[in-house]
Structures are given as C-alpha cells and as structure tokens.
Design a protein. Structure first.
Length: 251
C-alpha cells in the first residue's frame, strides 16, 4: 500500500491511518484464506458484507468465518498456517490464543509485530443456521492485495441474517449494516422468505423487533471509527423498520 492509497482510503471513510492499515492487512489475509482455505470456510458478517455489496460503507476490524465440515481440523490447519501466511508482506503474525484452544463463540486476536491487530472468529457449522451462500469476488481495495474469491451469504441471506443478528443483540453496527442494505433494496420478499424459513421465529420480522434504538454513545463508539456517520441511529432504525413493514405487509 502506498501513501496515496492510504490517504485516499482514510479520507473516503473518515478514519485514522491505523484503521486503514488494519483494512489493508485484512485484504491480504482474505487473499490467503481464499487461496488456501477457500473450499473449507464461509466468510460472513459485516466485513464480508463490506467486501462484497457495501464496499463504500464502513471499514471493519474482524474476520468472521464458518468452518464447513470439521471445525477442529480447520482450526488446527489455520493455527499452523496463519503465523507465516503473510511473511513477505507483513512479517510473522501471532495468534492469541490459538483457534483450536477456544470455543467457536470466542474470537482470537491476530497480531502483527508492530502491535496492529485483527480479530478472527471461526464458527462451527454444527447446530447453527448456515444461510445460503455464493462464491463471489471480494473487493480488495489495495493495488498490492491479490484477488480473492470466497463463499459469502447471498444478498437476501445478508439481509435476513443481519436482521436475525440485530434481533438477538441490537448492536449499532448491525443496525448500520441493515440500513445500508435497505438503501440497496435488499430487504425484499426473498429476504423475508429466508428470514421466515431460517430465522428465530418462523415469522417475518415484526415492528416490535425495531423499537430499541442504540444510544448515541453506542452509535458513535461502534461506528465513528469505521465510517463517516451521516445519519442518526433513530433515523436508521426508522428506515429499517419501515422497509420490513412494507415487505411484510404490516403497518
């Protein structure tokens, strides 16, 4: 990454240089994962969304994966490969702790020698909803980052799964992603059908799922370091609630 790229990305998203460095590291990690583990993992969550359908939305700090098949085997192989995966471009990396030493619900920290970190989580596909996926090219953003393709949720699956995650934890970053998906028109009948089939209630999202607004502090703390915030949490919640009400036929 050259200085012009770093400055341009920092300006575009309104973030600090360290966040751009992290995003650059994530690009190289994704290229490695696509090359060596592409058929063994699904790439999910906000970073997957940001590297496919919402590349101009927000930067992120983590990589969320699902192991397809035996998580234990995938975790052990990642533990062995990740420390040396980017030796030529970023030096040796440290996993703290190893993926194979934690439950799938706990993320680990991948650390560069200068202290820059990326959180990595490897979920098990066992006893978990696995939303429909497709193989997509990722937006790598930086000229020196190799091209990468990974299995990610389909656009309707992103909308449905992000809604299910919002209903579960009401995190500001999930609301922002849902608002951005709403702007894309992704909250549609396909997303509704998926949510009804695979979501937590066997029903479409209801208006009462969109009554708890993140506080302004939560909104700023979770998002101000990742994007230029141009709307309030209240406005985002209203837009998402109205979009789901329209597609569900409720008022």
């Amino acid at each position: 990454m050259n200085s012009d790229e770093k400055a341009a990305v920092a300006e575009q998203f309104g973030v600090a240089a360290e966040q751009v460095e992290r995003d650059h590291l994530i690009s190289h990690l994704l290229a490695f994962l696509a090359r060596d583990f592409g058929d063994r993992i699904h790439f999910i969550g906000g970073t997957a969304l940001a590297r496919t359908h919402l590349p101009d939305g927000r930067l992120s700090e983590d990589i969320d994966l699902i192991a397809i098949g035996d998580r234990k085997s995938v975790a052990a192989d990642l533990d062995a490969a990740l420390p040396r995966a980017l030796a030529r471009t970023h030096g040796r990396l440290t996993l703290d702790p190893a993926l194979s030493r934690v439950p799938d619900t706990r993320p680990v920290t991948l650390r560069r020698s200068d202290g820059l970190t990326v959180r990595v989580q490897l979920l098990s596909s066992r006893d978990r909803v696995v939303w429909p996926t497709e193989r997509r090219s990722l937006v790598q953003r930086y000229a020196d980052a190799p091209a990468a393709e990974l299995f990610v949720p389909t656009l309707p699956a992103f909308a449905a799964s992000k809604t299910a995650t919002w209903v579960d934890r009401h995190a500001a970053r999930d609301l922002w992603d849902l608002w951005a998906l709403t702007c894309l028109g992704a909250v549609d009948t396909s997303a509704k059908d998926l949510y009804q089939r695979l979501g937590p209630t066997n029903q479409p999202p209801a208006r009462h799922d969109f009554t708890k607004t993140p506080t302004e502090r939560e909104w700023q703390n979770q998002l101000a370091g990742q994007t230029r915030l141009k709307l309030t949490a209240r406005d985002a919640l209203r837009a998402v609630r109205d979009a789901w009400a329209q597609v569900s036929g409720s008022t």
